[in-house]
Design a protein around this ligand. Structure first.
Ligand SMILES: Nc1ncnc2c1ncn2[C@@H]1O[C@H](COP(=O)(O)OP(=O)(O)OP(=O)(O)O)[C@@H](O)[C@H]1O
Length: 260
């Protein structure tokens, strides 16, 4: 498997002090106003993700999981509080600077794969490099596909791949820029049990063998149990954490949250 040390091989970045914390969230608050109503989506969330850690975020529907992931990844801005991605504060950045930082430092995997149907697996994987105006080196693209076990499928289009293979291409695309943090929103939501197992095994391997930092939103206790830690959200607040989760301990904690 080709190595993708997190945060390596970045071009043209100013030196930012390296820290043991890949993501620092401090007192994040976010409200949405719909007509006369105000919904508090995040109500003071403070969380650190150490480098090389694998964190699952769980909670009832509407508890703020996606809002948290989006604010942490710089896809959305909190009303107050601070986000530091690999030591770089996101607050106060222009849209342009935020886009650049996101491209350089964050990788994304979504439930719906979001691959371009007309492009081959290799072309899909090279897209983030092209968008960042970096010349995609063949070895980088081949390496990312090899890392997800799809070296043989580089010339295949998404329709010629299974759902699990498509999601592995999406993981390769997220890895090709060597992101400091890989953000995954329901990465197995559209997969059957076997493919889900393969994709989670892959994420686990990236953390264990390459020190990748991963944070993932999921509704599935079996999926969450692949993480080192599960953070539970309820009404926009952290309602507990579980280290060394198992499907049973996660399901149990979740049931108590939903009853509360
Ligand atoms: N763009 C928006 N406009 C208005 N309200 C929003 C918006 N996005 C989210 N919300 C509200 O903020 C709260 C948190 O939403 P969020 O999507 O973060 O929850 P979630 O835990 O990810 O939910 P789910 O598990 O159902 O995806 C919810 O009450 C939701 O209705």
């Amino acid at each position: 498997m080709t190595g993708f040390p997190a945060g390596a091989h970045r071009e043209g970045m100013t030196a930012i002090p390296d820290t043991a914390t890949a993501l620092r969230l401090r007192d994040l608050r976010k409200e949405y106003r719909v007509g006369q109503q105000t919904v508090i989506a995040l109500d003071g969330v403070t969380l650190d993700l150490p480098r090389g850690s694998f964190t699952a975020v769980m909670g009832p529907s509407g508890s703020g999981k996606s809002t948290l992931l989006h604010c942490a990844a710089g896809l959305d801005r909190p009303d107050s509080g601070t986000v530091e991605l690999a030591g770089a504060p996101l607050g106060g950045l222009s849209e342009r600077a935020l886009t650049k930082l996101r491209r350089d430092r964050a990788g994304f995997v979504f439930q719906a794969f979001n691959l371009m149907p007309s492009l081959t697996a290799a072309q899909n994987v090279s897209l983030p490099l092209r968008l960042a105006h970096r010349r995609p080196a063949l070895t980088q693209v081949e390496g990312a596909l090899a890392a997800v076990g799809l070296a043989e499928r580089a010339g295949h289009r998404p329709a010629e791949l299974s759902g699990g293979q498509q999601q592995r291409v999406a993981v390769a695309r997220a890895l090709v820029t060597s992101p400091d943090v890989l953000f995954a929103d329901e990465p197995t939501g559209a997969l059957d049990t076997k493919s889900s197992h393969q994709v989670m095994g892959l994420l686990r391997q990236l953390v264990d063998e390459h020190g990748q930092t991963v944070v993932m939103v999921t509704h599935d206790p079996v999926v969450a149990a692949w993480a080192d830690r599960v953070v539970f959200l309820c009404d926009g607040r952290i309602a507990g954490q579980l280290y060394h989760p198992t499907p049973e301990t996660v399901a149990n904690r979740l049931a108590h949250l939903e009853d509360a």
